[in-house]
Design a protein. Structure first.
Length: 178
């Protein structure tokens, strides 16, 4: 069947997703949105206030599943637009190698990254955004934090599931971990 006549959706029903989550890891992408100065130095990190898989409302990074048949690049753009709005203007690199790979487990003691629903493998990226970012879909708020603010106890306390650790990894990756 050609792509132009394909009628099947790559979305799973809620029941199908629960069945698959119980049997195999699910692939995700995560993007830490950043603002950079004219020299390319990261000056601010974006965090979303949103409902998390554990039922809490907390700060997190852009995150979502990669759909069957979807390129990782397309999944990143889709989730960035979904969470930051259609004019965020993300700048994805030509080579899409993640800065780290995170494994989430229902048991938080396995890796320290926790998703009560599933075992998930997430490819994590730092993505500069140039446009007007406005939280949309499930995001309630978007805050731009300096590196110092991003590692503060206050912000760490607002993050669940290991996202505070992911944010620290991102700061270290771009060379601005205080």
């Amino acid at each position: 069947m050609s792509p132009s006549t394909e009628t099947r959706s790559s979305w799973l029903s809620k029941e199908e997703l629960e069945t698959h989550r119980a049997r195999m890891p699910i692939v995700y992408v995560e993007a830490v949105p950043v603002r950079v100065d004219t020299n390319g130095t990261v000056t601010h990190f974006g965090t979303l206030l949103a409902m998390q898989p554990d039922g809490t409302i907390s700060r997190a990074v852009v995150s979502g599943r990669v759909l069957y048949g979807e390129l990782v690049r397309d999944a990143l753009v889709r989730h960035l637009e979904k969470d930051l709005g259609p004019v965020a203007l993300p700048r994805l690199p030509p080579s899409l190698a993640p800065f780290t790979v995170i494994e989430y487990f229902p048991d938080p003691s396995v890796t320290g990254f926790h998703d009560p629903r599933q075992h998930a493998i997430s490819l994590a990226y730092v993505v500069p955004v140039d446009g007007d970012c406005r939280p949309s879909q499930d995001a309630l708020d978007l805050a731009w934090l300096t590196p110092e603010e991003a590692v503060s106890e206050h912000v760490r306390a607002e993050m669940t599931g290991g996202h505070d650790r992911l944010l620290r990894l991102a700061l270290s990756h771009v060379g601005v971990l205080p």
